[in-house]
Design a binder for this molecule. Structure first.
Ligand SMILES: O=C(O)CCC(=O)C(=O)O
Ligand SMILES: [Fe+2]
Length: 234
């Protein structure tokens, strides 16, 4: 069984809260034990064979939803996240699912790269990621623009970036929002304002907290593979 005890014991809620408020993400110094990584990866491989697995990007991405119900190890990540989040959020903030995900190289035509940037929601939304392989530029890192989770940024950016548009309101019930697909052109504007995207290239075993109301995307996997676990909160 994966042992997350150290993450509880060493958790410095003040430091995490401060970094999350300032930057919109927090990388834990402590990593998962090396020994647990192959075990977790092979559990993802097993689960990925199930019939209800979501498969994207020309078969290169496997998404196993509700992994916490399928394997006790993934429930451990959910427990940890349910313990951490209220301390940052300042209110009860239960998780609703754990995603176990595997990415292998995607054929270049499998996806529209220029609209991968997005917000998960317009208001604060926190996620816990655990990366089970070394994440390099090649294996499809999560990329985020630090500090764009802040209300001051959203106020400034909403109109010039078209995060909300008239058509979002006209088609409100379709639940499609402009901030779910943001064009690279908009990101160029944001970098012009002094914000710099940051690639989460981290060693295997790294845990990461992110406010996914910041601008972010998953870069495509070009070679190798990336395994990760993500705990989702509403
Ligand atoms: O897989 C990733 O790196 C991030 C995907 C994403 O946009 C998310 O989990 O919100
Ligand atoms: Fe996202």
């Amino acid at each position: 069984m994966v042992n997350l005890q150290n993450f509880y014991e060493e958790f410095d809620s003040q430091a995490v809260r401060r970094t999350m408020a300032d930057e919109g993400y927090y990388i834990f110094d402590r990593r998962l034990d090396d020994a647990s990584l192959p075990m977790l990866r092979s559990q993802i491989d097993e689960l990925a064979e199930a019939e209800d697995t979501e498969i994207n990007y020309a078969g290169s991405e496997h998404r196993v939803w509700n992994a916490q119900r399928r394997t006790a190890n993934f429930a451990e990540f959910q427990k940890l996240s349910d313990w951490i989040m209220p301390q940052i959020y300042g209110a009860p903030y239960p998780s609703y699912t754990v995603l176990a995900i595997r990415n292998r190289p995607a054929p270049p035509q499998a996806e529209r790269m220029e609209v991968r940037w997005h917000l998960d929601s317009f208001r604060r939304q926190l996620k816990l990621f655990a990366f089970l392989t070394d994440v390099t530029e090649e294996t499809g890192p999560l990329e985020i623009v630090p500090r764009t989770h802040r209300p001051a940024f959203k106020l400034r950016a909403t109109v010039p970036l078209g995060l909300y548009r008239a058509r979002d309101i006209l088609r409100w019930r379709e639940q499609k929002r402009s901030w779910q697909r943001i064009h690279d052109r908009s990101i160029n504007k944001v970098t012009g304002w002094g914000y710099s995207p940051k690639e989460m290239t981290v060693p295997a075993g790294t845990l990461l907290l992110v406010d996914t109301s910041a601008l972010h995307r998953a870069k495509p996997c070009l070679s190798g593979e990336r395994y990760a676990v993500t705990v989702y909160h509403r």
